[in-house]
Design a protein around this ligand. Structure first.
Ligand SMILES: [Zn+2]
Length: 292
């Protein structure tokens, strides 16, 4: 029985290596010399009291210019076993560093969900060239590679965690521990929910709401000591029927991929683009301009 349970878990972990692919990943043990912190992000906005914000009507929200949001998964070097599709979800380390440098050199400032929420609902001012960086699926390289790279530019990000993976070592990929997740949160990044085990949101019924939403929220709130308000749909897949379930549970915004936003609930269908492993910094720059 015990053996069977463990097998299911480890089989699961391998399947979940990324949002849309079963690409294989080994934690490329990365030696990233902790780069000195140069705070380019000088524009520190005053703290926003989001509890006072009234949700605007959908038309108002849809009329505002979208803030570009990038979605990343693994950040590591490609291996011969990586598939063609999988590489869309694996950005090589130097390429990732070059992409972040391009953003900084182009004058982009990262923003976090509180700022996006205030902007979309009230029109609150954002820093110049705002962008949001999001990282899905709990991969260890997000701590070992992404974190020090973002630190260099004073960038902050949103990490969407699937709770089944926390602290696990998979056959192909390792996952962040709860201590690392807490550290990211303590350092001013935002932790969001990405379900328990990446089950397709469109298929939730019965106990799924508890397993995929309530329990992960409780766990992530225990780890971070902060309220969970952000949710990323597994595979970016959503349906309008599920949105009330998110609202009921106190989520404020939910993130899909790049399909059209819902006309009634734009805050629960916020668009992101996957920054493909095949993209150069130049291609990324063009995609940001063309997609939002
Ligand atoms: Zn995912």
């Amino acid at each position: 029985m015990k053996y069977k349970f463990l097998s299911i878990i480890s089989a699961g972990i391998i399947l979940f290596t990324s949002c849309q692919s079963k690409s294989q990943a080994e934690n490329a043990s990365v030696q990233d010399s902790t780069s000195q912190t140069t705070k380019n992000q000088a524009e520190t906005e005053p703290a926003i009291d989001v509890s006072k914000i009234k949700v605007a009507d959908a038309k108002t929200i849809l009329a505002r210019k979208q803030v570009p949001i990038l979605c990343y998964h693994q950040v590591r070097n490609w291996k011969p076993t990586d598939g063609k599709v999988g590489k869309d979800y694996i950005v090589e380390i130097q390429n990732f560093k070059d992409q972040m440098k391009m953003l900084a050199d182009s004058g982009y400032h990262t923003i976090l969900p509180d700022q996006l929420y205030a902007y979309l609902n009230t029109g609150a001012k954002l820093p110049s060239k705002p962008i949001m960086l999001t990282f899905d699926d709990t991969d260890m390289d997000q701590f070992t590679v992404v974190r020090p790279t973002l630190d260099k530019y004073g960038y902050k990000a949103v990490y969407f965690i699937m709770t089944v993976s926390i602290g696990r070592k998979g056959k192909f990929v390792d996952y962040m521990t709860k201590e690392q997740i807490k550290q990211l949160s303590d350092e001013g990044n935002v932790i969001g929910s990405h379900t328990y085990d990446h089950k397709n949101f469109k298929k939730y019924a019965g106990k799924d709401w508890e397993e995929q939403l309530d329990k992960p929220t409780k766990k992530l709130e225990e780890i971070t000591g902060k309220k969970m308000t952000e949710f990323a749909y597994p595979f970016g897949l959503w349906n309008a029927e599920g949105i009330p379930e998110l609202k009921k549970r106190g989520f404020r915004m939910a993130y899909q991929l790049s399909t059209k936003r819902d006309e009634k609930d734009p805050l629960f269908t916020i668009r992101r683009i996957i920054a493909s492993g095949y993209w150069s910094p130049k291609t990324l720059s063009n995609s940001i301009k063309n997609s939002f």
